[in-house]
Each structure stands twice: as C-alpha cells, then as structure tokens.
Design a protein around this ligand. Structure first.
Ligand SMILES: [Zn+2]
Length: 441
C-alpha cells in the first residue's frame, strides 16, 4: 500500500454530526447577516417574508427564510447588469466568473472572490483525494474550459499533486490520443460521453480496458453515474472505476463526490448546507425519501446563495460511511424536476427506465423516451436498441419482458419499441433522453 495519508483533512472529514451542525450554524448566521447587509435583493426578500438574520437560532429556523431559484438569478441580473443585486461585493473584488445558460437560454453569471476561488479548489482537492486521486496520478481534464465552472477543477487536481493535463473539450480522436500517449490514469467526463468515448476507441482498434491506463473516471452532469447498471457498463468497457460527482454552476464545479467506497456522494458540508424538500409543500422530507435539493452556500462572498432550489431530485443519508467520513451523502441524482414525467398519476424519472434497460443483457443500453398525448392521457414510448445477438422472432418476447419490468419497478406499462443496435443517436455531451411531443402540437 501507499504511504499517503488516508484523509485530506481528517479532523474536518470525521467530525461528529453534532460538530458538523454546530459549525454550519455558525457559518449560516454569518452568511445571513452578510447577505442581508450587502445585498439589496436579500434585504428586500427577508423583509417581505418578515424574517431577519437574528431570527436564526438553530439550523431548523432556516426554513423560515425565502427560497431563491434560477429564474430569480436571471431576473435580478437583467434588472441590474452584470451581476445583479444578489452579488455582495463590488466588481473589483471578483476574480473569476463562470456562466451557464441552463435550459432556457439566457446565461447567468456566477462570480467568485479570490477567497471563494481558493476555497472552491481546496475542497475540490479534498473530494478528489477521497476518490483516491494521489500525487502519483496523471489527471486528464477533458471538461470544457469556456465559461464552464467545471473548468477550474483541474486546479483542484494540481493541489492534490496529480500531474494535470489540460485537454478541455476536444474531438474524441484527439482526446484518445492524449490519454494513450501520456498514460493518463484519471479523467473526467459525463456518463454518456464516457460510454461514447469507449465505443469510439474500440472503433479505432483501441481497447480502453487494455490499451489505456485510465483507472478512474469521474462523471457528472447526468443521473447515470449513480445508476449502478450504467456505472457497471462503463466500468466494464474501460476496465476502470466510475466515480459520480455533483456540481452546480451557480455554486461550485463540484459540491459532492464519491469516496472509494462509492456508496453515495459526500457533501462538502463546511461550504454548502443541504436541505431536501417536497417540491410541492416545501416541507422537509425524511432521510432516504426523494425530494428537491435546496442548497445554501456557507462561505461564498461574491454571490451567496440562500436556499437555492436546484430542481434536482435526490435522496440522502447521514449514516457514517465505511470510509470513516461523516458528511451527508447523496444516493445520487434521480433526475431533474423538469425531467419528471407523470404517467397515469405515477412520477417517472428517465433514470428509472435507464436502470431497467442497462440491466438487460439483451439490450445495448441506448434508449430514448417519447412522450405524447393520446386521448388526453400521457402516453410513453420507450425506444431502445436490442443487442446484436437478438433475432427478429425474439423481439416480441424481449419487448414484453421489458414492459413487465417497467410495471414491476416503476409502476407503469409503457409502449416498448425495439430498434436495431446503432440506430439511436449517440450523445457526445449530455444525452437528450426525453422527446416531449406534447409541446410540439
Ligand atoms: Zn465514504
């Protein structure tokens, strides 16, 4: 075994839940006070809700404070360019910004002070260390650098001491060349792209499991990294371990990541306070239940976010991990609130269907969902590729068995349409899995 230490910051990572909460309460009080005094938006929002920073006596009191969301960020930025009245420092104190367009197009800026940026890369290093990255690794950063908050994470890898290769978003042939020539041991991409890249390698006569040195693949941006079936498929293709990460452009490139036990994603709770709520009632949901992830930054100064509704559906545990770390762990992202389909009264996430498709040895794993309206009912068609070894006369039986699985696991009976292997489009970035035909008419 190596002589490297086990934890990046043992005291911080193994403190008791009581200590975590006490520390968070102290930071939260400071954040509320700071935001109220510096940001016209927060002052007005708190006043309107009839709350003041002094009303926070315990972490539970946070629910009295108003939530914020992407739309408000966008509105405030448009009302007061370029950073909105949620920003708490003058521009001369900002040193970095990322921007993200989200699904509706207008990019919102996420500014950082020098200290915010330093904190960001320090805990990235801690997350990377927990995933087993060490100074002996070669890290190939294959994420986009252009305005993307994931770009700077390469600096976190350098803090770990790994030899960092700044590849960025480049054509897959070029990326494969870099991985091969410089024998990178760790890389980072989306789950769909990891799959695509592995398949592309094979087309070029490279077996990723034998010919490349990649032993760890970090993934983020899609639910796949926490769907065991998807993870296993990528792991077999690459002969490497897959680590799921969660990031949010409006806060940090990565806010949580898997340790080497890979049983959920550890949160950097000294930087971000997590709430999981029922999206309809706003009430907190119990540990293990699915709800909407709501985040509060605890140290950021350029633009603190208080109770930011992410629209990501998650569940969590606060049980101590086998790695010895005590931070809250997400079980993974089940989907986006806006991806959630309601089929005959049942909440369905594309990730639920994905698990069924990936788990079936007679399928390639590629799939797409088509949603339409039939006789005023939402109609779901699962289009999925059957494996090469399946003959035409076996299709009906295979489709039937997938439909049965959907009924058993998700509680709905979608129409199954099997297509030939290779027929569905391959994603090079975030896969578009849902085609909603209801909005087209
Ligand atoms: Zn752990």
């Amino acid at each position: 075994m190596s002589n490297f230490k086990k934890y990046w910051d043992e005291e911080l990572e193994t403190m008791s839940r009581e200590e975590v909460k006490a520390y968070q309460l102290k930071l939260l009080k400071e954040t509320l006070e700071f935001s109220y005094n510096r940001s016209p938006y927060y002052k007005q929002a708190f006043d309107k809700a009839g709350v003041a920073p002094g009303d926070l006596k315990s972490l539970e009191d946070l629910k009295k404070f108003p939530t914020i969301n992407k739309q408000i960020l966008r509105e405030r930025q448009q009302a007061i360019p370029d950073f909105g009245d949620i920003a708490c420092v003058p521009e001369e104190e900002m040193v970095y910004m990322s921007a993200s367009s989200g699904s509706t197009g207008v990019p919102t800026a996420s500014p950082f002070t020098a200290q915010d940026f330093e904190d960001f890369q320090d805990f990235e290093a801690r997350l990377f260390w927990s995933s087993g990255m060490r100074p002996t690794d070669r890290y190939c950063h294959a994420l986009n650098f252009t305005l993307f908050v994931g770009g700077p994470d390469v600096i976190g890898a350098q803090k770990v001491g790994a030899l960092s290769i700044w590849a960025g978003a480049i054509p897959s042939e070029r990326l494969l060349q870099i991985l091969e020539q410089w024998k990178a041991t760790v890389t980072w991409t989306t789950p769909s792209y990891a799959w695509y890249l592995g398949e592309t390698a094979k087309e070029h006569g490279i077996d990723p499991a034998k010919d490349l040195a990649v032993k760890k693949i970090f993934v983020a941006g899609e639910p796949g990294g926490s769907i065991p079936e998807t993870r296993e498929a990528i792991e077999q293709l690459w002969g490497a371990e897959v680590y799921d990460y969660y990031g949010l452009s409006d806060i940090f490139g990565a806010c949580a990541g898997m340790c080497e036990e890979r049983e959920g994603l550890h949160w950097a709770e000294d930087h971000i306070l997590v709430e999981v709520i029922d999206p309809d009632t706003g009430e907190e949901v119990a540990e293990g239940e699915r709800g909407e992830l709501v985040l509060t930054s605890l140290k950021k100064k350029a633009r603190p976010l208080i109770r930011f509704r992410t629209a990501d559906i998650v569940s969590y545990t606060t049980e101590k991990c086998r790695c010895g770390r005590t931070s809250m762990r997400l079980h993974g992202i089940h989907g986006r609130l806006d991806d959630m389909l309601i089929i005959k009264g049942v909440n369905v996430f594309p990730s639920d269907i994905e698990a069924i498709i990936r788990n079936n040895k007679d399928m390639t794993g590629e799939y797409r969902l088509r949603v339409s309206e039939k006789k005023h009912m939402t109609h779901l068609v699962v289009e999925a590729e059957h494996g090469r070894h399946i003959a035409a006369n076996q299709l009906a039986e295979l489709g039937g068995s997938i439909q049965k699985e959907c009924m058993k696991i998700v509680g709905i009976k979608p129409e199954i349409k099997l297509v030939n292997p290779g027929e569905l489009p391959r994603a090079t970035h975030k896969a578009k899995r849902v085609i909603d035909e209801r909005q087209l008419g």
